[in-house]
Design a protein around this ligand. Structure first.
Ligand SMILES: CC(C)(COP(=O)(O)OP(=O)(O)OC[C@H]1O[C@@H](n2cnc3c(N)ncnc32)[C@H](O)[C@@H]1OP(=O)(O)O)[C@@H](O)C(=O)NCCC(=O)NCCS
Length: 144
């Protein structure tokens, strides 16, 4: 597996991943902004042939890192790809001056919670009814 920062030219692959993994995928414009601006980075995990397996985004907000869009194609799950992606993202974020990282997840999303806990995140809060289809609370997790 190779992990690295995604280039603007690879946007189609990420849209495919986003559509495959989320009921409410982010629009192309959000990824275009992410890849061209200087407030976020998108990390991609690829196999030996360069095929995209998973990805995750990191937004920089005055010393804090907000992690979003953590996703791995179904066929590549439970092989440690999201865990490795997060590890890489956190290391790179720290090099860029981020001291604390946060993210939200559905409270029923046990695979995601397992990935975040493996990377040292703990639950510090809850946003009632944050998600729709189905409506569900978000757990707010932090790595400090
Ligand atoms: C969440 C997601 C990114 C995880 O990707 P992944 O590459 O499979 O993650 P990893 O292989 O690194 O780790 C998965 C962990 O979840 C655990 N797990 C899997 N299914 C589980 C379940 N039903 N209950 C509890 N734990 C579970 C695995 O055992 C593994 O932990 P372990 O290594 O300690 O055994 C992937 O499932 C995904 O893309 N889901 C859809 C999108 C999504 O929900 N993203 C997160 C938004 S907050």
């Amino acid at each position: 597996m190779r992990i690295g920062i995604l280039k603007e030219t690879d946007i189609e692959e990420v849209l495919e991943l986003e559509n495959a993994c989320f009921a409410h995928p982010w629009p192309r414009s959000a990824f275009e902004e992410m890849l061209t601006g200087d407030t976020a980075e998108y990390y991609a995990a690829r196999d030996e042939d360069g095929t995209l397996m998973g990805g995750a985004a990191l937004f920089f907000l005055s010393g804090e890192g907000d992690i979003t869009n953590v996703a791995v194609f179904d066929r590549y799950r439970n092989r440690g790809i999201a865990t490795a992606l997060l590890e890489y993202l956190i290391e790179d974020g720290r090099r860029k001056g981020i001291r604390e990282f946060t993210l939200e997840t559905r409270e029923s999303n046990l695979p995601a919670i397992a990935v975040y806990e493996k990377n040292g995140f703990t639950v510090e809060g809850r946003r009632p009814g944050f998600y729709r289809d189905p409506v569900e609370d978000a757990l707010v997790m932090w790595l400090r």
